[in-house]
Ligand binder design. Structure first.
Ligand code: GUN
Ligand code: ZN
Length: 432
């Protein structure tokens, strides 16, 4: 039996979805949790846990909130250096800023440098699991997974596949995308806490042959996730329809090629048609809301209320670097603002749930990460609810914990992240 640790503070967990039950009832705050061998083994009152674990070392976080680490369900780590690029909408933004930067990732040294910086930034913002696109270069996947491996964190990522409508030097082929993805999957999927996601970028940058090859690979490896983009901008949707005239709608371009399923993750999903909504709900696919990106690139307002009501599986994500922040706190604030514009004020518990349980369930990892319960992995974030003078004042003014939490959600940044635990170890103590 490994060493035991008791962490004391305000321990937040969810017993229910705050979209199904009243938010206050769906969440609870306990006094402490116990970690052993990288996992959570207890949660409850401090005196009881102390009695049951008399030898455990105690870390006392006072009134800080201890909760599951944030899960970012859609990001592009290679876009770290070109985040906040001005003035373009999706297709021009890809051509002018994104593709030239992604071109650099054939160099594994550069990829490793950016992977390190990206992981440092996300960890200091309290994100413990990421689902990321890489670039077309296998080296970009190798660099990311190698860096992740030394940190012991749970991630999902894959080689981005595109064989048309991308510049010279940034295209693969249907066959090479299949071969390279397969080799990477075989090398990395299930190694430590790493999962491989089959990753066709989006329908405009793949030929039907490439989508078909990705569909075949997914059918051969059905336990893998598949990630892509769906219905982000109106112009993009028109383009997809002209490229795939036989498809019923954007989703059908994936469905026709074996790329629709419960383990599919569809980023953005803003301008969905009724058939698309029905099919996504029917198969239990994961929709990923990327609110800072949707505002930054001018894409549109995700229908959180309608989609949750329809029982869709929804996660939350930064979409770095179309998204304008590495912070899931900032991303929750943006989700609140977008929902407000649609007349649907989200409760703080709903926002936190989306950034943890919701994203974890979208990744089919809800039994491992995203919540605090015995048996879950020890990925935690410790939130200081008084991290700046303005937030501290608002916190003193709050009459209950969710009112204080909401101020940190709306105004907090990496200064609110008092500590991060990955796999049961304090991040600073990890082998770095
Ligand atoms: N659609 C296809 N590629 C991308 C990307 O890199 N970012 C965003 N936001 N949308 C995309
Ligand atoms: Zn994206």
């Amino acid at each position: 039996m490994g060493d035991e640790m008791i962490l004391k503070g305000q321990v937040l967990s969810f017993s229910d979805s705050p979209f199904d039950a009243p938010p206050q009832d769906a969440s609870r705050f306990d006094e402490a949790l116990v970690l052993r061998d990288g996992k959570i083994v207890g949660i409850g009152g401090f005196a009881d846990l102390r009695k049951a674990h008399p030898k455990a070392e105690i870390t006392d976080y006072g009134t800080h909130v201890i909760m599951a680490g944030f899960v970012d369900a859609h990001a592009h780590y290679p876009q770290t250096a070109m985040i906040a690029s001005w003035g373009k909408r999706l297709i021009d933004w890809l051509n002018l800023y994104t593709f030239p930067e992604e071109m650099k990732f054939g160099d594994e040294g550069y990829a490793a440098e950016i992977a390190r910086r990206y992981l440092d930034l996300t960890t200091s913002n309290g994100t413990t699991t990421i689902c990321s696109f890489c670039t077309i270069h296998p080296a970009s996947v190798e660099a990311f997974f190698s860096e992740v491996q030394s940190r012991g964190q749970r991630v999902v990522a894959g080689k981005t596949c595109m064989d048309r409508n991308a510049p010279d030097g940034l295209r693969d082929t249907a066959q090479s995308a299949y071969d390279d993805s397969r080799a990477l999957l075989q090398r990395w999927h299930g190694v430590d806490r790493i999962s491989y996601a089959i990753t066709p970028r989006f329908s405009p940058t793949s030929t039907p042959e490439q989508l078909e090859a990705m569909g075949a690979l997914w059918a051969e490896h059905p336990d893998c996730l598949m990630q892509t983009h769906l219905s982000e901008q109106v112009d993009e949707i028109e383009w997809v329809k002209s490229l795939y005239p036989e498809a019923r709608d954007y989703l059908d371009t994936y469905e026709m090629h074996g790329l629709l399923g419960a383990r599919g993750l569809y980023g953005h999903a803003i301008h969905l048609e009724p058939r698309e909504r029905d099919r996504l709900a029917e198969v239990g696919a994961g929709l990923v809301h990327c609110p800072t990106s949707n505002m930054f690139i001018g894409s549109g307002l995700f229908d959180m209320g309608g989609l949750m009501e329809a029982g869709q599986r929804v996660g939350l994500a930064t979409d770095t670097g179309g998204g304008s922040s590495f912070s899931m706190l900032r991303t929750m604030a943006a989700a609140y603002e977008v929902a407000q514009l649609r007349g649907n004020p989200l409760h703080g518990a709903q926002l936190i749930w989306l950034a943890t349980v919701g994203s974890a369930e979208a990744l089919h990892m809800g039994d491992k990460i995203g919540n605090i319960a015995p048996g879950m992995e020890g990925d935690l974030v410790v939130l200081d609810l008084a991290s700046t003078p303005a937030i501290a004042q608002r916190e003193r003014h709050a009459s209950e914990i969710w009112e204080a939490m909401f101020a940190t959600i709306m105004m907090g940044d990496d200064r609110a992240i008092a500590d991060v635990w990955i796999g049961g170890k304090r991040f600073e103590e990890n082998a770095r």
